[in-house]
Design a protein around this ligand. Structure first.
Ligand code: ZN
Length: 200
């Protein structure tokens, strides 16, 4: 395809097209928007990216991404030290925070066990998890992992790993989504919801 613009803007388009959710078409649209809004968006975006590039770190305690380590969540004195929520990825932590779903502390695994992809226990942030639990004070570990085969395999593995410690290990309920209609649910979700029914 013939280029309609010079290599600099073409490169901007190609890089934008690598972002999740943006294909080549929307990357073109986004690039054009940025170029048109040079002062209002392109400049501040470039500055924000520069700061992010220089200052972003992974929290050594929980694995969250921040410009501080320990991160903002780990250093917040109002959070509940007795509750530890284990998530696969930083995106899951951010999703739970957006929903204000818990006031506990987090632990990011950095993946889940996946034998087919060669991802074993050593590839996950598990040693640090056991160390946090062993240091005491945690009463409940919530395994907020995806309802996939790999997510559930990982949940089982962690449950075994934490069995020597005196705490409760729980996992998220699987079931009918808020606003969901039964007729539209797949059989797996319906069966899980029926199994995990609660008293009214
Ligand atoms: Zn942290």
């Amino acid at each position: 395809m013939a280029s309609v613009t010079g290599p600099e803007i073409e490169r901007l388009i190609q890089l934008l097209a690598k972002l999740p959710g943006l294909g080549p078409r929307s990357a073109r649209r986004a690039a054009l928007h940025l170029v048109k809004k040079r002062e209002q968006i392109l400049g501040p975006l470039a500055d924000a990216m520069q700061v992010a590039r220089e200052r972003i770190l992974v929290c050594e305690s929980c694995g969250n991404i921040d410009t501080l380590s320990p991160c903002t969540l780990c250093s917040d004195p109002k959070r509940d030290n007795s509750l530890l929520i284990v998530v696969e990825d930083v995106a899951d932590l951010w999703a739970l925070e957006r929903a204000s779903a818990t006031a506990g502390r987090y632990h990011v695994l950095g993946g889940v066990l996946a034998a087919l992809d060669g991802i074993g226990p050593k590839d996950l942030n598990l040693e640090a998890l056991v160390a946090r639990v062993a240091s005491g004070g945690i009463k409940e570990v919530i395994l907020a992992l995806n309802a996939t085969v790999d997510g559930q395999t990982t949940a089982h593995y962690i449950t075994d790993l934490l069995s020597p410690y005196e705490l409760i290990v729980t996992k998220l309920a699987h079931g009918v989504p808020v606003g969901g209609e039964l007729d539209y649910l797949d059989e797996g979700t319906l069966t899980a919801a029926m199994r995990q029914r609660t008293a009214v």
